[in-house]
Design a protein around this ligand. Structure first.
Ligand code: SF4
Length: 427
């Protein structure tokens, strides 16, 4: 419970960012504690962070060798099976693994002459500010004397884009952190009245470029924090309206439950982990379903959600199949216009067999049958087909004993057919 009598609210930059992007997505992720699918880029980033943590943590003046740093990376990589790494294919995973090793080797080469032990690495802080239970993770903190610190954030993605809010959040959390002065006193024997950020550094590992940012002014931080508190009030009030857009929804793992896409807005009841708590770091890693009250969702609702998921998948595949069939038909028509001779054509990627298939058609079915009968050739021309026999069984003028005997010779197999039609997009 916070000093103002309100419940403490779990808060972090990731949570705030997700709520501002789509409150409904935030609800699924952080209120309902639903899992997100593993993402390859998060896994890759975590593996690099883990190797850099191994490199810098500890007190020994001797740093690990580049081989040891790469082994730490591989140890992390192999700690999770391929199915949980989030890559689309084994080839993509292999490529990213090799890319990670090469990236670390280059990082080591560029920085080895200036290696310096960090004051803290990969440190998670969790403490209360203004009724919020704030969680923040720092990749690296260096103490620079006089209560000043440098915070480093290792970036492993394609670009270095960061919103000012992320910088402000780092600063607010670092300067309000009650643990930092204690840690400095404990480890360095220095008592500082307050902590101030000197600078923040974004280190782009793929290019080994450094981006320094100066400390923001107190007025900027106050404005940022007032806005953050307003967002927290919205979270508390449970205003979880969906905010659909192409960019928001494209990678959303909760579409099947989202009202915009025909879902109920409720999460399905799922297994909880033994603690019932979320695990992993904010915004990355595997996360677990939280506790739901018993009976909150009926079995029928669960079944309905799963049916919707299956039907949506059928619809998506049917749509793709139609597009592919249409394109194949057009391509076959264009190939036919080239008047090529039958045979095999090798494209390098494919070997295509070109042939000619012809079939007879008639627009005078009755006349054809009459002619066959006139020459007593009808029985010879009609081959045994199941649909012909079934039609015979359904005829009212056949002997009853024939129908019974024939039924004993046949087997009826049921196959569910599903026809899906695309709905118009939501307004
Ligand atoms: S599908 Fe779109 S609108 Fe629905 S929760 Fe996800 S991001 Fe929000």
């Amino acid at each position: 419970m916070a000093d103002n009598g309100k419940e403490l609210l779990d808060f972090s930059y990731s949570r705030m960012d997700m709520f501002r992007t789509c409150p409904m997505k935030y609800k699924f992720r952080y209120v309902d504690k639903m899992k997100e699918l593993p993402k390859g880029f998060f896994f890759f980033g975590s593996a690099i962070h883990s190797a850099l943590e191994f490199l810098y943590k500890g007190d020994s003046p001797v740093f690990p060798t580049v081989e040891q740093v790469c082994s730490a990376f591989m140890e992390f990589w192999l700690s999770r099976p391929l199915s949980q790494q989030g890559f689309r294919t084994a080839e993509e995973a292999d490529r990213k693994r090799d890319e990670g090793i090469a990236m670390l080797k280059e990082y080591y080469r560029v920085n080895k002459d200036s290696f310096k032990r960090a004051f803290l690495t990969e440190r998670m802080f969790r403490f209360e500010i203004d009724g919020l239970l704030v969680t923040a993770i720092s990749d690296r903190i260096d103490y620079q004397g006089d209560g000043k610190i440098l915070i480093t954030d290792y970036k492993t993605g394609r670009d270095i884009r960061r919103t000012p809010d992320q910088l402000y959040m780092y600063q607010k959390v670092a300067e309000c952190n009650p643990e930092l002065p204690e840690l400095i006193a404990e480890r360095l024997g220095v008592h500082v009245p307050e902590i101030k950020i000197s600078q923040m550094l974004y280190y782009h590992v793929p290019t080994n470029k450094k981006y320094y940012f100066d400390r923001a002014g107190d007025d900027q931080i106050k404005k940022f924090w007032d806005d953050a508190l307003a967002t927290a009030e919205e979270m508390r009030a449970g205003r979880f309206e969906p905010s659909p857009s192409e960019s928001n929804c494209r990678w959303c793992d909760f579409k099947a439950y989202c009202p915009v896409y025909g879902g109920s807005g409720k999460a399905p009841a799922q297994d909880t982990d033994s603690s019932g708590a979320a695990s992993g770091t904010e915004g990355t890693g595997p996360l677990f379903y939280g506790i739901r009250s018993a009976g909150e969702e009926t079995a029928a609702e669960r079944q309905n959600v799963s049916l919707l998921q299956l039907l949506n998948r059928c619809g998506d595949l049917e749509e793709r199949k139609n597009v592919i069939d249409r394109e194949l038909k057009i391509l076959c028509g264009r190939i036919a216009e080239l008047n090529l001779t039958a045979g095999e054509y090798n494209t390098g990627r494919y070997t295509a067999s070109l042939g000619m298939k012809s079939s007879w058609k008639t627009d005078s079915r009755d006349a054809v049958i009459s002619l066959l009968r006139e020459y007593n050739l009808y029985d010879r021309a009609c081959t045994l087909t199941m649909s012909g026999i079934v039609a015979l069984l359904n005829s009212s003028d056949i002997p009853v004993d024939f129908r019974e005997k024939m039924k004993k010779l046949l087997r009826r197999e049921e196959q569910t057919t599903v026809t899906v039609k695309k709905n118009p997009p939501p307004m």
